[in-house]
Design a protein. Structure first.
Length: 290
């Protein structure tokens, strides 16, 4: 069953809730593979090539090259301060590289080659195709869940209010919040707020979803409901790059895992990176967190 068919089923949201609960109970890694045996499509969707980034005298990203293929689920993990979030934010130019290139669907978006006005249009074009979910939910406290989702549709996509409302409602159903559309952020749990943030990104019909430690600000009992939504997106073939410390999720969903430390990709591979790491730094990190 596809996500869209699931969205239209009035009974399925209850089923999705129990599924998320089961995830929460097994998030230690004792679950089965979400896409075992499925090879991701080979066409490159996004590519960062030899990117560098410094803040002051600190080199945060040191010549990293990464290609994200259509339909692929890339999981980035590693110690805090290793450059994971900075690398992720480069993928939609929230962080601008000091050098290197960024291409998306074979179009180069960095280095900039346009004048300032055209550059702004191209940035908007890039970001409209890449959804991003942050550690913090970044919801407007004075808007209910529905209007938090419709805002970008009317302001960025220039949709009519009616069309935006219909799209937003479908996206909120998609993340299991069919009964919370009129609730304000203060009336929602942390997990529900993060699901609103996911719905807001999904409503834009992104070709790529970026998740920057989406569960790190949640209480442990709320983590499962967010990971459950992300699992369903993975099952439906959404291309995604996820920065996370949830190693069970990485083992379950990741097609390709990248261990990043000290601003470089120390190790890259399939799920065997978690069970048979080749690099001593990867081994030491996994021994500390698993």
């Amino acid at each position: 069953m596809t996500l869209r068919r699931w969205c239209c089923s009035c009974a399925r949201p209850r089923r999705a809730t129990s599924r998320a609960t089961r995830w929460s109970q097994t998030v230690d890694g004792s679950f089965s593979s979400v896409s075992a045996g499925r090879a991701p499509a080979s066409a490159a969707l996004l590519e960062l090539n030899d990117v560098h980034k410094s803040f002051g005298h600190v080199d945060v990203i040191k010549g990293v090259t990464i290609k994200v293929r259509k339909g692929e689920h890339v999981v980035i993990f590693g110690p805090s301060g290793g450059g994971k979030s900075t690398l992720l934010r480069m993928m939609n130019l929230l962080e601008v590289p000091d050098s290197g290139t960024l291409t998306f669907e074979d179009k180069q978006y960095f280095p900039y080659t346009d004048n300032v006005m055209n550059r702004a249009r191209r940035l908007q074009q890039l970001r409209s195709q890449i959804g991003m979910v942050f550690q913090r939910f970044n919801l407007y406290p004075h808007l209910d869940a529905l209007h938090n989702v419709t805002l970008a549709l009317t302001d960025v996509k220039k949709m009519s209010r009616g069309a935006a409302r219909e799209k937003a409602e479908a996206s909120l159903v998609e993340v299991g919040l069919h009964d919370r559309m009129d609730h304000y952020p203060s009336q929602l749990s942390g997990g529900q707020q993060q699901r609103v943030a996911i719905a807001r990104s999904l409503a834009m019909d992104p070709k790529l979803m970026l998740f920057d430690e989406p569960t790190s600000a949640l209480d442990p009992e709320l983590i499962g409901e967010v990971l459950g939504v992300m699992e369903r997106l993975a099952r439906e073939g959404m291309t995604m790059v996820v920065v996370t410390h949830e190693m069970g999720f990485a083992r379950h969903v990741g097609d390709r895992l990248l261990f990043i430390s000290g601003g470089t990709i120390v190790e890259s591979g399939g799920r065997d990176v978690l069970t048979a790491p080749r690099h001593e730094r990867t081994k030491a990190f996994l021994e500390a967190v698993l």
